[in-house]
Ligand binder design. Structure first.
Ligand code: 4AD
Ligand code: MG
Length: 466
């Protein structure tokens, strides 16, 4: 039986049932005639209180128990006379599965998150990282639930690719170990560019271009998988390997795109509010006092929507009042908004999730649809308090001639995009999509500050152990 099922039992009828609980001991408190163990099995933040009486035939096992040991306990559930829990387990049999020596790094005290990063193999046993993992799993479930419920098809796009979707040059090159007999070019020189795939190949930065092929065949699709960026940024919001959810919708424009993103984010947040209550209580207590307010407001209120040009005007007015408060005070049309700008909009100005849309075409990717004004594209970013950019998306350029010209303008060779252009040549349709950074969503929902705690095994410059 899982501990969560006992702790969250709907009523008292569970009292008297015999169960076996298996987990890891968090604390042990000995009295003369009995011992209390807190057994945590990872199903919930709190462990189950186990009472082992000295009369037990297997009471000798208790001597082998210390913090971190794994145990199996058979017993009967009873109402707990003590504070802090409704039910406890009166043990009838206890066995130690794995002892835990005294040098166990996770002794009963608060460890810094930096320290725990160096213990990525053990940190899921801590309150914070365990709670993150449970919330993360619930968010993943709710993601599939939302899109499947809306009739989207789930699609896996390749991790190894030849194209740089975002055109930012932040790709990891994929090669084999040096071959025994390296390929050579016509002159006999070693040619490492012509290795396994016969062309340079990279880890994908986004599944979007592949997803478009299926949106233009199946209708609405979504991806949910790893993406990679070789950004040399030691920030609290960037990972070299992160997970992205990328819906792509046929017969959709930028408004449909924002509407879908808003409904999606609201769905996953309300799912977590309903299903991860005790974990969220923990995060509200230790990481973000205003967490419930923030999440409830997100679910209840419409998101703010503002055009980039108007957002720039608001920022200029605000900055003019005290430029010294800003790290990047120069903002004008064409400025790529910095995190401090994004967070001011979402936190100070609108105090809720905020779409900024219709960005200057020069600062956005080649595939975004040109607006009639000739200066902007049908792009949108969703900014949320505490995190900044959570989503980036756009309506895609579906006009063959316009897209070809734009590729050239951006210094890209239309020949490399022949299959992408074919989607515009053969039965082109207006379509739109977006990418949501899953780990940033985890940060937002839990209130933890650093994205390195939002993923089990964070990858960032200088870190690929575990
Ligand atoms: O804004 P981005 O670069 O958009 C795209 O990749 C589009 N192709 C998506 C699409 O339209 N299908 O990235 C999307 C989101 C960002 O808003 C951010 O949340 C997250 O991905 N993201 C990162 N998360 C963690 N670490 C990084 N290095 C990230 N880079 C982007
Ligand atoms: Mg972006």
């Amino acid at each position: 039986t899982r501990v969560r099922a006992i702790l969250e039992a709907p009523d008292e009828t569970i009292v008297g049932s015999e169960v076996v609980v298996k987990g890891w001991v968090r604390t042990k408190r000995g009295q003369k005639t009995f011992t209390f163990l807190e057994v945590n099995d990872g199903s919930s933040l709190k462990g189950l209180q186990v009472v082992a009486g000295a009369e037990l035939p297997s009471y000798g096992e208790v001597d082998r128990v210390s913090t971190g040991a794994s145990v199996a306990v058979r017993g009967v559930i009873q109402e707990s006379p003590g504070q802090g829990q409704r039910f406890e387990l009166k043990a009838s049999e206890i066995s130690v599965l794995g002892e835990c020596p005294g040098d166990y790094p996770l002794q009963k005290k608060r460890h810094s998150l930096e320290f725990l990063r160096g213990m990525a193999h053990l940190r899921p046993r801590t309150n914070t990282i365990g709670a993150v993992a449970r919330v993360r799993s619930a968010l993943a479930f709710a993601t599939h639930q939302f899109f499947q419920g809306e009739g989207f098809q789930y699609l896996q796009t390749p991790l190894i690719t030849a194209s740089d979707c975002e055109g930012a040059g932040e790709m990891f090159r994929v090669t084999t170990l040096p071959p025994a007999s390296p390929p050579t070019d016509d002159a006999g020189a070693v040619d490492f560019a012509k290795d396994f795939f016969g062309r340079p190949a990279y880890l994908t930065v986004s599944g979007q271009l592949s997803a478009e092929t299926h949106a233009c065949a199946l209708g609405d699709v979504y991806t949910f998988g790893p993406t990679f960026r070789a950004e040399n940024s030691q920030t609290t919001r960037h990972l070299a390997e992160f997970n992205m959810i990328e819906p792509e919708m046929a017969f959709a424009d930028l408004i449909d795109d924002m509407d879908n993103a808003e409904a999606f984010v609201k769905h996953v947040v309300s799912h977590v509010l309903q299903n991860c209550r005790s974990d969220l209580d923990f995060f509200a207590g230790f990481y973000d006092k205003g967490l419930f307010d923030k999440l409830q407001r997100l679910v209840d209120q419409p998101f703010a929507r503002i055009e980039y040009t108007a957002a720039v005007k608001l920022l200029q007015e605000e900055i003019a009042m005290d430029p010294s408060q800003w790290q990047f005070p120069d903002v004008s049309f064409g400025t790529d908004l910095q995190t401090e700008h994004e967070r001011w909009l979402a936190e100070k100005k609108f105090n809720t999730a905020t779409f900024v849309y219709n960005y200057p075409r020069t600062i956005k990717a080649f595939y975004m649809r040109d607006n009639e004004d000739g200066a902007t594209v049908a792009a949108m970013d969703l900014l949320v308090p505490g995190v900044g950019e959570l989503i980036g998306g756009s309506q895609r350029e579906e006009r063959l001639g316009v897209l070809e010209a734009k590729l050239r303008e951006f210094g890209l060779d239309p020949k490399d995009y022949w299959w992408y252009l074919d989607l515009r040549k053969y039965g082109s349709v207006p379509h739109a999509g977006y990418g949501l950074g899953f780990e940033r969503l985890v940060c937002y929902v839990t209130g933890i500050d650093n994205i390195r705690e939002a993923i089990a095994f964070p990858r960032y410059p200088g870190s690929a152990e575990f």
